[in-house]
Every structure is written in C-alpha cells, then in structure tokens.
Design a protein around this ligand. Sequence first.
Ligand SMILES: [Zn+2]
Ligand SMILES: [Zn+2]
Length: 136
Amino acid sequence: MLKKTCKCGKLINYNEKCCSDCAVQKKEQTAYYDRYKRDKESYSFYRSKAWLDIRAVVMGRYNGLCLYSLFIDGQIVPADVVHHITEYSKDKSKALDIDNLIPLSNGVHSMLHGNYTEDAKRMLLGLLDRWKKEMN
Ligand SMILES: [Zn+2]
Ligand SMILES: [Zn+2]
C-alpha cells in the first residue's frame, strides 16, 4: 500500500485523510465547537426579552406554582424555573410556545432532567391539561 505522512508526521495509508490519533482529536474539536455554539445560542435566548416576557406570562398563568409538586405530590411549592417540555435544543419553534412551557421547582426540574424520557414529556403535558380542566 502506498503511504503518505499525516500532518502530525506519522506514516499513514495513502487513502486515509489522517492518522487515527488526529481523527480522534478532530472529532473532539468539532464536538466541542458544536457544544460551544449551542451554549452561546441558548445563553442569548434565555436573556432575550421575548423569553423573559413569555416566562413571566407562564409564571402568572399558573400562579408561580410548580405544577409537578401540585398535582403529583399534592404540595404547594413555588416554581423556580420555566421548563421547555420539548427541549429548546431539540425544537426552537416551540421555544416561545406557551403550551410547551411549564413552571417547576428546581428540585423537580433537575430530577426530571436526570432521566428525561418521552414518558416524562407526556406526563408534563398531562399536568398542563389538568390545570386547564381542574383550575379554571
Ligand atoms: Zn496524525
Ligand atoms: Zn428544563
């Protein structure tokens, strides 16, 4: 097999772009950059006026209560965060959709994010429905 040198100086097969070490390094750099770009984007989103406005509307709509604590635990607990049921990173078109937003306490919020399944999303949507049906 014909050989050539990788940019790091290692000898590699002619049909390869770079050696395996460089390939791993490049992949890590790309992953890091993607993450950095995503973080920057969500950082500015969560500081935008549009978000702060809708966040205030959601808090007002549900009296600032954690709906999970209310319906699942039967407890009155003030909400700390407004959570995107379909995550912001997954679908930006739902970022400001009031039917995709739910107020939660910090404890419930991190518990949910620890194992965020499709079932968990359905359960949260069900809590919004219960509020509509039972609290109006
Ligand atoms: Zn290399
Ligand atoms: Zn969340």
